[in-house]
Design a protein around this ligand. Structure first.
Ligand code: ACO
Ligand code: ZN
Length: 281
């Protein structure tokens, strides 16, 4: 597969009104990999060879939003749950699109075991794709996210954080804890670290009574390892030189400063009340 995709000439995709430079190759069928530009329908994610075909497609494509169930809507942001078994073509197209921005190997064709959570932003023309994450229907390893992506044109605006926050909201609704599938990409790692530190800051800022890692895990949906790594990243953990036991130091002002710095950015926030969902069984 790698050899095949390395022959790809695709340098950018036309997506809605945007032209987006690609970062990696994806195993699109050969006849689509020989052009510099690949044309995608921004709603059904169909890939096409030419502007002509894509204009024709746009005239007749009925899709104005992803398939599946809209399980979250807050102002202009929606999240659709798309079952890989019910909408295999859409999900395969989504995986191929994601691969253009993911260095590690991902799945492309075996989409049935996954659910896809697609975030869109609405205007009068439809629900425009912003990003997504995939999730195994039955994860053996407690993974609550398999692959996550924000389209480059929408990155660094807080949407990745919103998707991550949403993934943990689902996990809490399932009464579970979870963690993203490893290995994380560099961008995945910085984004998750930022999120974990932030969640821990919120949890500990208003804390007055003793709280265990298990309590924090229960309240956030984060697994214990990720909580401990966030504590380390926040310089909260040290070892008692005598007993070697862990010591936790909470600097409430530092936590407050973390939160204030993040909130000053004015990114869109998750509204847990806007979720209408029952876990997959
Ligand atoms: N450089 C430095 N810090 C970053 C970066 C970056 N490029 N991206 C995110 N962060 C950190 C920052 O603290 C950022 O806050 P700030 O922008 O206010 O400084 C914070 O994370 C939140 O960033 P968001 O804007 O919410 O994240 P974004 O929407 O850009 O999405 C994502 C992050 C999904 C990882 C995106 O970079 C992406 O799609 N990358 C390509 C695909 C990928 O690598 N996915 C993860 C693979 S691992 C896995 O799937 C489990
Ligand atoms: Zn279409």
């Amino acid at each position: 597969l790698d050899q095949l995709s390395s022959a790809s000439k695709i340098k950018c995709i036309r997506f809605g009104e945007y032209e987006i430079d690609t970062w990696y190759t994806a195993p699109y069928p050969e006849e689509y990999s020989k052009n510099r530009v690949l044309y995608l329908c921004e709603f059904c994610l169909k890939y096409m060879n030419s502007e002509y075909v894509s204009v024709r497609h746009k005239l007749k494509c009925p899709a104005k939003h992803p398939p599946g169930d809209e399980i979250y809507r807050n102002d202009s942001i929606s999240i659709f749950e798309v079952d890989g078994r019910k909408h295999p073509i859409y999900c395969q197209n989504l995986c191929l699109l994601a691969k253009l921005f993911l260095g590690s190997k991902t799945l492309y064709y075996d989409v049935e075991p996954f659910l896809f959570y697609v975030m869109t932003e609405a205007d009068h023309r439809g629900c425009h794709f912003v990003g997504y994450f995939s999730k195994e229907k039955r994860s053996s390893a407690q993974n609550n996210v398999s692959c996550i992506l924000t389209l480059p044109i929408h990155q660094r605006k807080g949407y990745g954080n919103l998707l991550i926050d949403f993934s943990y909201l689902l996990t809490r609704t399932e009464k579970k804890t979870g963690s993203p599938e490893k290995p994380l990409s560099d961008l995945g790692l910085v984004s998750y670290r930022n999120y974990w530190k932030l969640m821990l800051s919120y949890e500990l800022r208003d804390q007055t009574t003793p709280l265990s890692i298990a309590d924090i895990s229960h309240r956030t949906g984060m697994c214990a390892d990720d909580i401990v790594s966030a504590m380390e990243a926040l310089d909260m953990l040290s070892r008692d030189p005598e007993t070697d036991a862990y010591i936790l130091r909470i600097d409430k002002q530092a936590l407050e400063a973390n939160i204030a710095k993040w909130e000053a950015k004015g990114y869109v926030k998750l509204n847990p009340e806007a979720l209408v969902w029952t876990p997959f069984v």
